[in-house]
Design a binder for this molecule. Structure first.
Ligand code: ADP
Length: 235
């Protein structure tokens, strides 16, 4: 769960990035976050990850009150969150398997668990056949699916996807969102930042629009995917 209570953030140079933001994303929700460049989306994510601390108000994430949190507790918070970036951030000299396993190795997970969990998560994103490949031998969409597997391997409560389809072939973008939706249906909260209005229009759901540091729209809209299903008659 993510909650912002009257949160403002001003950068040290005096730039106001967020002003009096109130927001609640419940467990198991899927929310799109949209907004122009400079609207405050990255600042919002950095506050959730406690890379920044709110200037005013309270941020609560997965049961942690970040405004009051001690520095040494930050790794514990971050283990409850999986992050997927636009530029994938995979390690080029590691195979798909090792890129995913790495996320568990750094937290000293037991070897036996790694050996069962990593192939399972790689299969969830449909990349079993590519487990021994290196990132540079994969398409953008495949690389993003590896990044998704890595974000998931730790079984986080929340996935933050920051423009995850930005470097993916537009036709393949829908597959990434489909995967995020499937992950969400298994009980993980998903927050996806995107510039691609066609994705938002297609999938629908909760749309949070940020404009110059404030939430200007936060509603559930019907997506055209649901309309397609209706016209197909369900049989
Ligand atoms: P978005 O992710 O929606 O593009 P940001 O959260 O990056 O927006 O930026 C919000 C506002 O804060 C913008 O006016 C931006 O110029 C400013 N900003 C972002 N990062 C910094 C920084 N490190 N120092 C000062 N101002 C910043």
């Amino acid at each position: 769960m993510v909650e912002f209570r009257n949160v403002s953030y001003t950068y040290p140079n005096g730039q106001h990035a967020l002003s009096h933001v109130n927001l609640k994303i419940e467990d198991n929700e899927f929310a799109f976050v949209v907004g122009a460049n400079g609207a405050g989306k990255s600042t919002l994510i950095k506050l959730i990850l406690r890379e920044l601390n709110a200037t005013e108000g309270e941020v609560i994430v997965n049961g942690f009150n970040l405004s009051k949190m001690k520095q040494r507790k930050i790794p514990k918070l971050r283990r409850t969150i999986g992050v997927v970036f636009q530029d994938f951030r995979l390690i080029p000299n590691m195979t798909v398997y090792d890129n995913v396993a790495f996320a568990l190795r750094v937290i000293d997970a037991p070897t036996k668990y790694i050996r069962s969990r990593v192939p399972y998560v790689i299969s969830l994103v449909g990349l079993t056949a590519k487990a021994k490949s290196y990132p540079n031998d994969l398409s953008g969409g495949e690389q993003q699916r590896v990044a998704l597997a890595r974000a998931l391997v730790n079984d986080p409560q929340l996935i933050i996807a920051d423009e995850p389809t930005g470097n993916v072939d537009p036709a393949r973008s829908f597959e990434i969102v489909d995967l995020l939706k499937a992950i969400n249906e298994c009980g993980t909260t998903v927050m996806m930042v995107t510039h691609q209005h066609e994705l938002v229009r297609y999938f629908g759901g909760r749309i949070i629009n940020i404009n110059t540091g404030a939430i200007v729209f936060d509603e559930i809209i019907a997506g055209s995917a649901a309309l397609d299903d209706e016209t197909e008659g369900g049989e």
